[in-house]
Design a protein around this ligand. Structure first.
Ligand code: FPP
Length: 258
């Protein structure tokens, strides 16, 4: 924690929580045991992010592609989500954390949607931190859905296609409600984005770690933020100009900076 400068925190941290299955397999346990430990890590990291003062944390909890996993694993993940949407209520309320969710949420079973809705309603007044769960989420799918919405508006005459710019599209992306991603962390040793927040993370600093998600805790988050603070963020500018950009710019203002 000593290595983190709390006056220069990333405003939005997003995490690809990978490695639950390998964590369990290495211990001779079923993959679902790894997901259960992964859910404990979610609590630790959420607390640590809140304590640091990070305003937005987005977690890739279930991708669009995860529906194609074996049904018993999908069921176990949905059950875990349902349990945690109840058991973590006090944690969120006590820490004034607002819960949000992105993704094709209509694909979740009714009980999961009901619990999600309830906890979002119970926490909507808080502004300590926004915790966004990406559920049934895919970045390309999010963009396709946004484009369909804009196409509908063009078709019904409420949107002039000539006025469409990056702000118009961004306004349709639920993932952009908390702003662009400053720091994107992926655990589990792989170095790829896996369809996570392609728009919002376009200028994110990337932090890859071999640690498996269930082993990732508060100290791992502090390390990642410490590494982020050593980076020079240029947003396509040259070093001298960067001093003027000491807070991350909204994505839409970066259009011509590449
Ligand atoms: C990737 O690990 C992880 C997931 C597909 C699910 C993430 C879910 C959790 C961390 C727990 C539940 C979350 C909440 C919010 C309660 P993997 O299974 O692909 O791991 P592997 O690469 O080792 O197989």
């Amino acid at each position: 924690m000593g290595l983190v400068d709390v006056s220069r925190l990333p405003q939005h941290v997003a995490i690809i929580m990978d490695g639950n299955g390998r964590w369990a397999q290495a211990r001779g346990q079923p993959r679902t045991a790894g997901h259960a430990r992964g859910a404990d890590a979610v609590r630790d990291v959420m607390r640590a992010a809140r304590r640091l003062g990070i305003p937005a944390l987005t977690l890739y909890a279930f991708s669009e592609q995860n529906w194609d996993r074996p049904q018993d694993e999908v069921d176990a993940l949905v059950d875990l989500l349902c349990e945690h949407l109840v058991s973590e209520r006090d944690e969120l309320v006590d820490n004034e954390i607002r819960l949000s969710a992105i993704g094709r949420l209509h694909k979740l079973p009714t009980r999961a949607r009901a619990r999600l809705r309830a906890l979002m309603a119970d926490t909507e007044q808080y502004d300590g931190m926004t915790l966004t769960l990406a559920l049934s989420y895919g970045g390309r799918e999010e963009m396709v859905d946004a484009v369909r919405t804009l196409a509908d508006r063009v078709a019904n005459g409420t949107l002039d296609p000539k006025t469409i710019d990056s702000v118009t599209l961004e306004d349709e992306l639920a993932s952009m409600k908390v702003g662009p991603v400053d720091l994107l962390i992926r655990t589990g040793g792989e170095q790829r984005m896996s369809n996570f927040l392609p728009w919002g993370a376009a200028y994110a600093e990337l932090h890859f770690t071999d640690e498996l998600w269930p082993d990732f805790g508060a100290n791992s988050l502090y390390d990642a933020v410490g590494c982020y603070q050593k980076r020079e963020r240029r947003f396509g500018l040259i070093p001298d100009d960067c001093e003027a950009v000491d807070a991350p710019l909204p994505q839409s203002s970066l259009e011509s900076a590449v």
